[in-house]
Design a protein around this ligand. Structure first.
Ligand SMILES: CC(C)(COP(=O)(O)OP(=O)(O)OC[C@H]1O[C@@H](n2cnc3c(N)ncnc32)[C@H](O)[C@@H]1OP(=O)(O)O)[C@@H](O)C(=O)NCCC(=O)NCCS
Length: 144
């Protein structure tokens, strides 16, 4: 990854352009806008091009919570998701860091397990038939 930095409003259109869900879902657009406004959105760049983004907020019982990690499909399986995730772990200001993903999202689960996140529990009734798995890590215990 060339560089990771906090996104600003000038990055907004480029983030929307890379996230295919944002192109069809207004609530995702609002989420990205809010994350940028609060300084919670990190972007990953390769050759000055934004190839992915992540959102680290403190909305989960006041603890760090990675609410989003998204890598453009053309750039997946090249280690960028892992690099962005580790960057957000290091940026986390609380002693506990949480994130969550759908039970159907095997790539994200594999990434979280590789990085040493452990399961904290499961939330039903968000997406029908696809529970949300909550993962935990203590950034202060990371070996890196
Ligand atoms: C999940 C996601 C962020 C992974 O990003 P990525 O850049 O492709 O992941 P990386 O290349 O850094 O992979 C790191 C590790 O994650 C795991 N992994 C990632 N994608 C995987 C896949 N498709 N199948 C199995 N394991 C996978 C592997 O353990 C991998 O390590 P390895 O390369 O040594 O095997 C990406 O698939 C994505 O953007 N998906 C859509 C958005 C999403 O679902 N986000 C998560 C919920 S918010």
């Amino acid at each position: 990854m060339g560089a990771i930095r906090i996104a600003n409003i000038h990055d907004f259109d480029k983030i929307i352009a890379l996230d295919h869900i944002a192109q069809a879902d207004q609530s995702r657009v609002a989420f990205i806008q809010d994350a940028i406004a609060k300084g919670n959105c990190f972007i990953g760049q390769v050759d000055s091009k934004i190839i992915g983004y992540g959102v680290l907020e403190y909305s989960f019982y006041s603890y760090g919570f990675i609410a989003m990690l998204y890598i453009h499909p053309a750039n997946r399986r090249q280690g960028y998701g892992e690099i962005l995730m580790v960057h957000m772990e290091k940026a986390c200001r609380t002693c506990k860091l949480f994130t969550s993903t759908n039970k159907s999202n095997k790539p994200m689960q594999a990434l979280l397990e590789k990085l040493g996140f452990t399961l904290s529990g499961q939330i039903e009734n968000l997406d029908p038939g696809d529970p949300e798995l909550v993962y935990f890590k203590s950034p202060s215990l990371q070996s890196r």
